[in-house]
Design a binder for this molecule. Structure first.
Ligand SMILES: [Ca+2]
Length: 154
């Protein structure tokens, strides 16, 4: 529980640093990308999604994949908050044989799903940390308990 509170505190700080006001309404739950394993080892990425320069609309989702192509995080968008998303990115549980998610240093691949068009193709997304105090490396890497601000443009 302490870890969850910490993550939300970080997310709040990042969001406020992005000038998003006080709203912390959670984005809609994703229905296209369904993450199987929500391990206690995780990190957070928040930001906004835009498509062709406009804030993402209802139904748009963001997903993140680890170096092995395992879906390890997904978020809907909060249309009332400029297409914002909150991605919890889940790590692998080292005590099990199954590959649940990312390991430290894994390059994370982002994907956006737009219902009329389907998923973005590799290389189509532009990532920017402009306006955030906690920019990730690009492409972002998995780092337990890290919290980053990053906008995604398709
Ligand atoms: Ca495992």
């Amino acid at each position: 529980m302490i870890r969850t509170s910490t993550v939300f505190a970080f997310a709040t700080a990042v969001m406020l640093s992005g000038g998003w006001g006080q709203s912390l309404a959670a984005p809609g739950a994703p229905t296209h990308y369904l993450v199987k394993n929500k391990t206690p080892i995780n990190m957070t990425i928040v930001g906004r999604v835009s498509l062709a320069g406009q804030p993402a609309k209802e139904g748009v989702e963001v997903a993140v994949f680890d170096a092995q192509g395992t879906l390890c995080g997904a978020s809907g968008v909060d249309v009332a908050n400029g297409g914002s998303y909150i991605l919890q990115v889940y790590g692998d549980d080292p005590t099990t044989a199954e590959d649940e998610g990312a390991v430290a240093g894994d390059e994370l691949r982002l994907e956006v799903y737009d219902p009329p068009r389907g998923p973005s193709a590799p290389g189509q997304l532009s990532l920017s940390s402009a306006g955030f105090n906690e920019p990730p490396a690009f492409p972002p890497k998995f780092e337990e308990r890290a919290s980053y601000g990053m906008n995604i443009a398709w």
